[in-house]
Design a protein around this ligand. Structure first.
Ligand SMILES: [Zn+2]
Length: 355
């Protein structure tokens, strides 16, 4: 991969930019400058320099000007569709033992039918501290086993990395994915995938029991309209699970413009807890519950350190200095005590049963 930073002189096509008159979440016209001159230092493929603004109304941050919907694919030429599956189990006694312990924990807490399972293994993850069992809960997206045959839509499903997990938890999983190559990869797993994107899904009203959006909402031009569309396709009482970078995180405060979560110009809106709640409220979701967030910030810290040092943030973690590891440990402890400072926001919202 050629890691040459895009030439700052290489501008985004002028006709492919749009100006916002107000915050894309709360419509407040006031804005405060956060950073100027930002470039793509994550995938090194998007031309242009970007300006990020803070909204004093709701607390989000947003790009302005920003790429239009028509030209945003220019920023995705080297973007990979994230695969959250843990990958193949490496043969070996300890890895199989860990898998059997994990499977028993997921069976006990989420009804996931994965084998092999170690009897009473469900109690062992707690011996490793709170981060490991919490990570498992995030991995299954809190999809507890449904009473009946239920269908979930994974928005931005990529190559279908969530398919096996959802299936093990008793759900039928459909996907929404605009990238045809990723959609084909997901179909090869046996998944039903629609090649469209929010807010124009073309799906029928009240089709889904649950919708999941993992690192999707920060990429959308109009997050409130997108959430309204999700509300439309959810059945009454259906749930929406969202994870997105937290602009009020310890990592953002520590690394500033080099924080990996900013990712201009693909991340158009960066949410705070209050602004995500505002967007969900405007879209008609209630109640909105903040879920326990990940206590493993090392990956984001390592990537942010690389961005600050002019290195590839997707490279191996072995070259990360020890002080960054200690910073991550300290951030994990602080996040445990005050989750609103975590690197990500994690919420579960419900579509009311009454219109
Ligand atoms: Zn706002």
């Amino acid at each position: 991969m050629n890691l040459k930073e895009p030439n700052p002189c290489q501008a985004w096509p002028q006709e492919g930019l749009e100006d916002l008159e107000a915050c894309p979440v709360c419509e407040d016209p006031r804005r405060e400058l956060l950073y100027r001159g930002m470039t793509d230092r994550v995938f090194f493929c998007a031309p242009g320099q970007w300006t990020l603004w803070h909204c004093p109304g709701c607390g989000c941050a947003y790009l302005n000007p920003r790429p239009t919907e028509k030209t945003i694919p220019l920023a995705y030429r080297r973007y990979y569709t994230h695969d959250i599956s843990p990958g193949p189990v490496v043969p070996g006694f300890y890895s199989r033992l860990k898998q059997a312990i994990t499977n028993d924990y997921l069976w006990a807490h989420y009804g996931a039918e994965s084998r092999p399972r170690l009897p009473l293994g469900r109690f062992l993850p707690y011996l490793l501290g709170p981060a490991y069992p919490r990570g498992l809960g995030i991995w299954v997206r809190r999809l507890e086993r449904p009473m009946k045959d239920a269908v979930c839509l994974d928005v931005g499903c990529g190559n279908g990395g969530f398919f096996d997990v959802a299936h093990a938890c008793g759900w039928r999983l459909h996907g929404l994915e605009p990238d045809p190559r990723a959609a084909s990869a997901a179909r090869r797993r046996g998944m039903t995938v629609y090649e469209s994107a929010l807010p124009r899904t073309g799906l029928r009203d009240e089709t889904y029991d649950a919708v999941t959006m993992s690192h999707v909402i920060e990429h959308l031009h109009d997050p409130v309209s997108a959430l309204q569309e999700v509300r439309r396709i959810l059945k009454p009482g259906g749930t929406l699970w969202i994870v997105t970078p937290n602009v009020e995180s310890i990592g953002h405060r520590r690394f500033g413009v080099n924080w990996r979560g900013l990712e201009p110009p693909r991340h158009l809106v960066l949410f705070s807890g209050a602004s995500l709640a505002e967007a969900l409220d405007r879209a008609g979701f209630w109640p909105v519950v903040a879920l326990p967030v990940s206590l493993r910030p090392f990956g984001l810290f390592a990537a942010s350190h690389c961005i600050a040092a002019g290195l590839d943030p997707n490279g191996p973690a072995s070259r990360i200095p020890q002080r960054i590891r200690w910073l991550a440990v300290s951030a994990a402890l602080r996040t445990w005590l005050s989750p609103e400072q975590g690197e990500e926001l994690l919420v579960l919202a419900r579509k009311p049963t009454q219109p």
